[in-house]
Write a protein that binds this ligand. Structure first.
Ligand code: HEC
Length: 165
């Protein structure tokens, strides 16, 4: 691709991805009915089918490699992760359920970790070659363990749809 246009395109794509994600979150969470069917289901803890051993391993990988940017327990950093910094780049978003990591199916989360910022035009490093596939999968499981039950249920629906596509 043309050298001068590639960074511009990558920046545009990053912006699009982030803004597309921006539109859904709060409204989705607020649509979870309180006292409705979900509340009944809440009585029984949600079976996430996440392997506890994988969560432990994933947290170790996370704390060593990701915490410095994405914060302890995926809480991100002080300040608004939706506002670009002086270099026009986005700060590392929280990966818990307060941002939009949970809007992505497993496949997309894995791609974000493997390949880093789209086009290399952001501050998310590519982990391919630095972490094994297993370590990246463990980290994704750990990240999912940070989401609340109502958010996890929404994510499960979205994951299901992405698998049917
Ligand atoms: C040097 C800082 C830095 C480190 C270290 C880092 N990230 Fe990121 N990460 C970012 C930034 C910045 C973004 C936002 C994407 C962009 O700007 O292109 C991001 C985005 C992401 C996303 C996409 C989130 C979303 O809501 O779409 C995931 C998932 C992610 N990182 C996981 C990880 C994992 C797992 C690790 C450790 C293996 C890690 N990151 C390490 C800076 C970092």
């Amino acid at each position: 691709m043309n050298k001068t246009i590639a960074p511009v395109l990558a920046a545009l794509l990053t912006g699009l991805l982030l803004s597309a994600c921006d539109q859904a979150p709060e409204s989705d969470v607020s649509q979870v009915p309180v006292g409705g069917e979900v509340a009944g289901a809440d009585a029984a803890p949600l079976d996430r089918k996440l392997d506890p051993a994988q969560i432990v391993r994933g947290q170790a990988v996370y704390d060593k490699n990701c915490l410095e940017c994405h914060g302890a327990n995926g809480k991100g950093q002080p300040g608004d992760w939706r506002i670009r910094n002086a270099e026009g780049r986005y700060p590392p978003p929280p990966l818990d359920d307060s941002a939009h990591a949970w809007h992505h199916p497993t496949k997309v989360l894995m791609e974000a970790i493997r390949d880093g910022s789209p086009g290399g035009e952001g501050n998310m490093p590519a982990w391919q070659g630095k972490l094994s596939e297993q370590e990246m999968q463990d980290t994704v499981v750990y990240i999912k363990s940070l989401w609340s039950d109502p958010v996890y249920r929404l994510w499960m629906k979205m994951e299901q749809q992405s698998l049917e596509e």
